[in-house]
Design a protein around this ligand. Structure first.
Ligand SMILES: [Fe+2]
Length: 197
């Protein structure tokens, strides 16, 4: 076992469930925005601009594809929080609690959000966003990442498309210049449904 793997907490499957279920999720997006702003706005201004664009785009895409209110809330909340794993304050927090960090922002974000008690659905969206599994494989972090739930579907695809079509300083991109080798058929369906684009 490597030093790194010893420091990364494994998902505690025996803990009391926080699987809230979409039907009982209420207003995640407002506290998610506040949490993201506190972690990113001052320390990583370009990242904060990017995250604001991702959240706005996620809301627009959610409306375009007809997500339910609860699904839309989850998609937007995950958009606000998907990149908090970059935040210096978050990394210091993980370090002080002996929870890493790994330097892999989807996993660091998920570890932090899990420790802070955010719902598992949202933590899983952050952990696996935008093909994080592929990079985790290369980094040798797949065993840690798969501890968090990955649920394919429209909510996940809304987050991924919103992220991949938002530039590093918050500029809006098109799908062609965002991800030339885009291979997610469901995401292409979302793209086609987005008449506003
Ligand atoms: Fe992002």
């Amino acid at each position: 076992m490597t030093e790194l793997s010893r420091t990364i907490p494994r998902h505690d499957m025996s803990r009391p469930t926080r699987e809230l279920g979409l039907e009982v999720i209420r207003s995640l997006s407002d506290p998610a925005r506040a949490a993201a702003e506190s972690l990113l706005a001052e320390s990583l201004r370009d990242r904060w601009s990017h995250v604001q664009r991702v959240a706005a785009t996620a809301g627009e895409l959610a409306d375009a594809v007809g997500l339910s209110q609860a699904e839309r809330d989850l998609a937007v909340a995950s958009a606000w929080l998907h990149d908090v794993g970059y935040a210096p304050a978050l990394l210091r927090s993980l370090d002080s609690r002996c929870l890493g960090p790994t330097g892999f922002h989807p996993l660091d974000g998920a570890v932090y959000l899990y420790a802070e008690g955010w719902p598992d659905d949202l933590v899983g969206l952050v952990a696996h966003h935008s093909l994080a599994d592929v990079e985790a494989l290369h980094r040798g972090l797949e065993p840690e990442l798969v501890q968090y739930p990955d649920r394919p579907g429209l909510v996940r695809d809304v987050l991924w498309v919103a992220d991949l079509t938002s530039g590093p300083r918050g500029q809006r991109l098109t799908i062609d210049n965002a991800w030339p080798t885009w291979c997610c058929a469901t995401a292409e369906t979302i793209w086609s449904a987005s008449a506003w684009w």
